[in-house]
Design a binder for this molecule. Sequence first.
Ligand code: HEM
Length: 502
Amino acid sequence: MIIIYLLIILVTVCILHFFFNHNEAARILKKIPGPKDVFLVGNAGDINVDPVALFKLRNKYAKEFNGIYRIWIYPLGIVNIYNPEDIEIVTSTNKHSDKSIIYKFLKPWLNDGLLVSKGTKWHERRKILTPTFHFNILRQFCTIMEENSSRLVNKLDTVLGQPVDVTPIISEYTLSTICETAMGTQLNRETTECGKSYKEAIYAVGDVLVNRFTNLRYYSDTYFNLSSLGRKQKKHLKTVHYFTKKVIEERKKLVTETNITETEDESVYMFKKKRRTAMLDLLIAAQKDGLIDQAGVQEEVDTFMFEGHDTTAVGLIFFLMILANRKDIQDKIVAELKEIFGDSQKNITIEDLSKMRYLECCIKESLRLYPPVHFISRNISETVKLSNYTVPAGTICHIHIYDLHRQENLFENPLEFIPERFLPEKCIGRHPYAYIPFSAGPRNCIGQRFAIYEMKSSVAAILRNYKLMPVTRPEDIEFVSDIVLRSNGPVYVQFEKRVDSV
Ligand code: HEM
């Protein structure tokens, strides 16, 4: 009897395998080269590894294949691309602009905010939020960035002459900058404490998300929500949302107390000083007009709070580590700063930031080697040809920005830090989709100019005051798979007072 049962189970599993892995879509997709898939579950076992091993695995595949490979994880077909031609096809139009199924894992956190939403909702929100990053508003933001950069410099003054893990210092800087600019809320003693818990909770949520991504069983919401991993996420999201709710409340209170209205344009008041803000006020005004509800305000604040601080922090952390290891590059940046500021200690304006052309090349090169958003993912909405292979509708398409940026055929000596490759004359002839740290096409990063200004403002302030000495070397860095590019360990830099301060 047992043998008959076993036979029935075996036959059923074989039928399932045939049904799931040899259907038309699977047969088409499997023509694309990829790692060997196993009976029933395809490559699910390969990716079910720890986050460090996962990052290494993806590097191995990127070297093994040629700009495209597929993995097959029943019932999901995934095409991975890291060549500019295919990336252009997928990202340049609205056709494949919807995010893939893995973004649903972000929903309990970011709900249907700009990063995750699609269709008309995404279109309308993008239209409401785009003016936030208008040049005139960025000009006002630059003043706030400058003040924050000065506070960052003061903070570094307390840790001179010793190895310092820059991660907490820099993420505190980017969090307070996004709060004071886009949210118009200066962190007080209470919100600073909530902000610290917020940052810790974000790391924990990132951990949960990667765990969920690599374990097929967690793809089911019901299973995940009942699991200890689901409960862990719920606990940390409570902390995350507590902080963002507090920030909204503070701003709403101030808007009501000071009677700030939209008609005052950029010249709204913050903390009794003449200061400008944009995004959150715009959302509050839209809520008053019935264009968005409270949940809508919350999801956008959650989205911008995360996207606006963690990505830029990651960009800065790796950039400072590189600078500490490259005295020659620091010297060139300092020479450029001397040309702009002479011997004066004057404040940095947006015009000064625009003159920092060499520093901009260095930032671009740093974002090439260390792209904070190392991969993004789309849903292929209709059958498309990628690298001459047919990719059926419904396939998930992972775009590996990290691997794209390290392609030898696109960047000579790809692992070397060479800022000059971003001089205008050196960019001529480069494929426009060869370098996409901020993604590309209609769903590109809305905050990219903000991020570059913030990186320039802080690095200029740091280098005007300090020399950076190497502690962590680029070769010490072990990456870990996460929603943003993270080092598995601390990133140490040593700061020394610059005698010839600029
Ligand atoms: C160095 C810093 C940054 C990097 C490398 C970066 C990169 C990116 C990338 C690659 C995307 C596309 C994501 C995807 O398709 O899944 C994106 C989207 C987005 N970013 Fe950034 N970002 C940075 C800073 C910022 C800042 C400062 C803000 C806000 C102030 C911001 C807000 C957003 C938003 C809201 C989206 C979603 C846009 C949409 O789908 O319409 N980012 N970013």
